[in-house]
Design a protein around this ligand. Sequence first.
Ligand SMILES: [Zn+2]
Length: 505
Amino acid sequence: MLVVALVAGAAWASTAEAAGDGCAAGAAGAGDPYFPGYGNGGYDVGRYDLDVAYNPANGNLRGRAKLRARATGTLCSLNLDLLGFAIKRIRVRNEKARWSRHGQELTVSPRRPLKRGKRFALTVRYGGVPVEFRDLVTGVPIGFTPTGDGAVATGQPESAATWFPVNDHPGDKAAYDFEIEVPDSYGVVANGKPKGTEPGQPGWTVWRWQADAPMASYLTVLGVGDWDARRWRTADGLPVYDAVDSTITGAHRTEIDSSLAKQGAILDFLATEIGRPYPFDTVGAIVDPERPILFALETQTRPIYAAIFWLDNSFQPANGDYVVAHELAHQWFGDDIALRRWRDIWLNEGFATYYEYLWVGAHGGLGPEQLFDALLAGLPADDPIWSVEVGDPGPEEMFSDAVYARGAMTLEALRREVGDRDFGAIVERWARDRAGGHGTTGQFIRIAEAESGARLDDLFETWLFTAEKPPTPATVRAGASGRGDAAAGRQAIEDLRRRLALGAY
Ligand SMILES: [Zn+2]
């Protein structure tokens, strides 16, 4: 949803430097051409233990992050991503390690090289006031952000490095244990399942959350505040943990509660359409007032929503439902199947938008078929939506209307080409084969061709990699669906753009 500019000093060369004793420096980036400084090379994190104390009164954060990782090369040093904070101590395999810093890059040099294939634990003690981090396009605060009643930490494509040392790229998924200590009057919500509270220092409480399913670092979420927390179960027995800011009341709150009560029904609908069960063992929502959070994000098991999504009553079929359907669809597409490279972002946003429209279309609004017809019939060839290669949009256009709309239309074009039955088989196999891991556009195309037996390179070339308006099918020109006229097209794109203007999601 949001694009962050490269942080100063982060874009180091990503090739490892050979050293004399057979070990090398781990790369300072994960090799992602869109964000060369994001993530690092040479190791793979299995689990983060985050032990963090945050004092909203003075904004101070004190942390101990323990990473359990495996070296993928023999390393004399490795890099982590961390913005701001003073480092107090770093230990690798229980020995003191040296470190240096350059912008976001924290370079750790263990006393002895880390052998390729070996597991190791690395602990960083750090502290200070988190730096302010903003989306350069919108100016919206992201990352660790103080709020009126605490703080939230969320943001895409990068946010985790604003509150803990991390291999900050979705290519390195890991499990997370959160132990967050705050003054007694605050509550804490994060990903996964709550593991109880215990007394901390006098007047403070430690809140534990545990997320065992592998998770990309930008999908971590932390909410410190005065939450109205609710635990319930869907009809299928899935535990739901919702946290709504307690200052949201009245009709606004009623609207939010109405959408959140549909989470079980939306998941059932999506699981049926996708052909795969919901991938995680908990779900729920975090809803914060519209400032400072001005967006929604598919944080794993627990999407975070700005309350602003429930302030406009004009969306069909019901206020705010579309954004819940979208973020829950991301749990399959973006979360369970994460990106290897940010350029494949349409695999997240195109899929989430397609299934969002499917839900909306099944409940009285515009579905993906109508969206497809309306945009092709209604938007002229010079509309900016057609000038983006959604399969490689560039970092500035990653969250543009085109990636959402044309991404969803790509799936609709595929469905029309191969038919309902093969389309269902393709999506089901995609969700099954890549479950718990990563996916690329090339892998998706291969599955689509294997399941349908069709040559689909022209279709994907036209829809994903051509910065021009695709040809309009004759049935759409004839207005066969009843939605393919110019007025309906303008209405459909206006609706989509109003959704995106309200807040990125
Ligand atoms: Zn999205």
